[in-house]
Design a protein around this ligand. Structure first.
Ligand SMILES: Cc1cc2nc3c(=O)[nH]c(=O)nc-3n(C[C@H](O)[C@H](O)[C@H](O)COP(=O)(O)O)c2cc1C
Length: 377
């Protein structure tokens, strides 16, 4: 029997696979079902103090791409494959008082599974910083095992909230310090990918005392415009606003951010998110140095909490450990981070020497056929 356990920020996880903060973790019944299905942990849908009302109609939809013309659209077509999720959903529309007894009941039912409470408040003044502390104290008293500070929601109008915190290294430090001051449990911070150099904000939250960085939240994006109606595929009264892209489309971008951070802070803890639906994607994050990974889009499309996704992830990890047993790998920790140092500057990548450069004229997908005359010149 493979050993799937990981210790991450001091917490013991039965397996390194978590549901991320999103619709799969928006209710007590969903989280109970998720734990029954085998998820090692959950991060609750983000809890705030202010009342929240979502837009009319769909809060999230899925984009698919067709093999013949690579068109990306929310319209379902036969044979089309998942490209991404797009959402403009706000944080939980249930408030703190609704969540507290539910966290207590979930922890009573599943004391060994890890429940991380995602929280969010403003940052414009001392009262807002106190709100972060109120949220922290309430969820930790209710039995949460950890806190995840949401500095990453891409569709907040308020300048002092969500990804607007994650884009400001000073706010990242100040808010983290406020949370850490009252937290007796590990504090994770979920950063926005919409920033020039994410290592700046990662450094800021670590200076503020964070135990881990979580990345990525969704990337700022718009739905496409339907050529027949000239309307955005999601709109209310013809209007749309910036939303967040998740799912397979963001995997390479999220890996790039993760590689930057795990190289800059090799001794720190990272939880990887973005485009994970089976073990092969999770493995990329582990090889870059992540100690846990989180899933949203794939779980939403699998009975809302991902019972088959977690089975695939666990089975994939077991098979990987078995296939690599001869290397002495017994658990995730044994191969975590072993590809982190393979990401280097362009100038450090080998160039062909002498005649070898003709290799540049070999037929390559996306380039014109080699021109024999030019190749000889
Ligand atoms: C409909 C929807 C709602 C989400 N709500 C939250 C949220 O409340 N808090 C949060 O930190 N992330 C939220 N996310 C982001 C996800 O947790 C996750 O970071 C993102 O979807 C990328 O993971 P994926 O590629 O597995 O979907 C939401 C994502 C979706 C699709």
């Amino acid at each position: 029997m493979a050993d799937r356990r990981v210790t991450f920020t001091g917490l013991e996880f039965e397996n390194p696979f978590l549901l991320s903060s999103a619709p799969p973790t928006e209710s007590e019944s969903n989280i109970m079902r998720a734990f029954e299905a085998g998820w090692g942990g959950v991060v609750t849908k983000t809890i705030g103090l202010h009342p929240v009302t979502n837009v009319v109609g769909a809060k999230a939809k899925f984009m698919r791409t067709s093999p013949d013309d690579a068109s990306v659209s929310m319209k379902k077509r036969p044979g089309a494959a998942l490209h991404s999720s797009w959402n403009w959903e706000l944080i939980s529309d249930k408030q703190l008082d609704w969540w507290v007894p539910r966290i207590q009941r979930i922890k009573a039912a599943f004391p060994k599974r890890m429940l991380i409470a995602s929280i969010m408040a403003g940052s414009g003044n001392d009262k807002e910083l106190r709100n972060w502390q109120l949220l922290t104290e309430a969820v930790q008293d209710a039995g949460a095992d950890g806190i995840e500070c949401n500095y990453s929601c891409p569709h907040m109008d308020r300048k002092d909230m969500g990804s607007n915190i994650g884009k400001d290294s000073e706010l990242c430090s100040v808010v983290t310090e406020a949370v850490v001051e009252v937290a007796k449990i590990p504090v994770w911070t979920k950063l926005t990918p919409a920033t020039g150099d994410i290592t700046v904000e990662a450094g800021a939250v670590f200076r503020g005392g964070a135990d881990a960085v979580v990345s990525s939240n969704t990337f700022p994006s718009l739905p496409v415009i339907d050529p027949a109606t000239l309307e955005f595929e999601i709109n209310v009264d013809g209007l749309v606003s910036s939303g967040g892209l998740g799912g397979p489309a963001i995997l390479p971008m999220s890996l790039a951010n993760m590689a930057r951070m795990t190289q800059a802070f090799p001794d720190k803890a990272f939880s990887g998110i973005g485009g994970i639906s089976d073990f092969s994607q999770a493995l990329s994050y582990f090889l870059l140095g992540c100690g846990t990974v989180q899933v949203c889009t794939a779980a939403m499309l699998d009975s809302a909490v991902g019972p088959n996704v977690i089975k695939r992830l666990n089975a994939g990890l077991d098979a990987f450990l078995e296939a690599n047993a001869s290397k002495g790998w017994k658990r995730v920790e044994d191969f975590r981070g072993i590809r982190r140092d393979r990401v280097v500057l362009q100038s450090q990548i080998r160039r062909p020497e002498g005649d070898g450069y003709q290799g540049g004229y070999e037929p390559v997908e996306g380039y014109a056929a080699p021109d024999a005359a030019e190749a000889k010149a």
